[in-house]
Design a protein around this ligand. Sequence first.
Ligand code: HEC
Ligand code: HEC
Length: 391
Amino acid sequence: MFRYTKIVGLAVILAVSYQIRADEVKNDVEILPPLAPLGEPPIPPDNKQSDAKIELGKMLFFDPRLGGDTSTPCIVCHEPSQGWAFNDGLSRGYPGTVHWRNSQTIINSAYYNKLFWAGAAASLEKQAPSAAKGGVAGNGENDLMEARLALIPEYRKRFKEVFGGEWPLIDDAWRAIASFERTLIQRDTPLDKYLMGDKSALSDEQIRGMDVFTGKGNCIQCHNGALVSDERYYNIGVPSAERWETDGLAQITFRFEMYAKGSNEELYRTAKADPGLYFRSKNKWDKGKFRTPSLRYTMYTAPYMHNGVLHTLEEVVDFYNQGGVDKNGKTTGWPENKSKIIKPLGLTNVEKEDLVAFLKAFSGDEISMERPKLPPYVPLFTKDELEALEK
Ligand code: HEC
Ligand code: HEC
């Protein structure tokens, strides 16, 4: 009887600790979702797709009038020729700032349950306003942006057609942008073709690289399923951004973000690395954890990681091969939280080359897009109408 209670007790403790650290506890029992062809993205029932809505969303995505001083439309940090991201380690920011994180590609963002590096937004509809209004991104004000839309007759017409109502509402702008983003997907990569039966879609080198990915390299542990992401959060030991040490503006923005996101005074003054998931959970074991990103479209989205410290896929593979450490063999941010899964891999040069070749199979052709023509402002009243009103 005593032994039985002890066993039950132990089982409860194990179950509870599994719950708490579910991101880390990976045992032989867990069956990893295999790599798979990407299906259609989920469409929320309250924001159905339509051609008119998608076209409107596209215009708004390119339109600088959604933002503060009209210099930061979504497109400037999600530039098609830069992988629909921004090709500097840290993204450009609102004038007078540098962004504190690397800009993510929006290709395939339609598939994630949580957006941003640390999963701070729960849907594309909620992500868009946080981008357009965030202090270091768009820095816009709802009232002002809505007023600007009202002064553009073409938008009044299009919003009415899509959403009804005489005047454009800012929340509808975010819904249209989200609909547009749900069309920015890529499902015809060499890997998708291979997995659907076209065995010639991958080279021999890439097929050997796939074995490294799923075997000795153990990438599949976190980068799995059709999206090539388990959407969990890990500290994999990414070194902190050098610019936070050397570039005054980057340092100021980093500290500002720390404060704005509710870190305590000590963290605000002393942190050398991005606390990541900690900002959402406030659990100390979440410091330095980020969402596993999809590896799709990464051929075009260098540099890599939440702060863009790794410049090429070759550097990424070297980083993992060394066990997730910086050039001095150390982990900068919260080494106590580093995932136990990340350890030196002992890959040979050929295995590393094969793996890099395979990583390229997650990307198809580059997706480009013609810039839409943006409609002009027209005053709400003519001079004569205004004079008549004033009488
Ligand atoms: C000044 C640069 C900048 C502007 C302007 C900007 N973004 Fe971003 N975007 C970023 C950065 C940097 C990140 C990552 C930030 C983070 O994780 O904290 C990001 C992340 C995202 C993501 C998340 C992708 C993922 O994989 O989770 C989406 C979606 C996105 N942006 C869409 C937009 C939209 C829509 C707009 C316009 C309303 C916009 N962005 C404007 C820089 C920018
Ligand atoms: C323990 C889970 C885990 C394992 C195992 C893992 N990754 Fe990652 N991977 C992540 C996380 C989390 C990030 C983002 C980390 C950050 O920015 O701090 C990432 C980022 C990346 C990126 C950068 C993507 C981008 O958009 O910037 C690439 C490329 C990558 N991993 C490839 C690999 C390869 C190749 C392997 C196997 C050698 C591997 N990963 C193993 C979790 C993992």
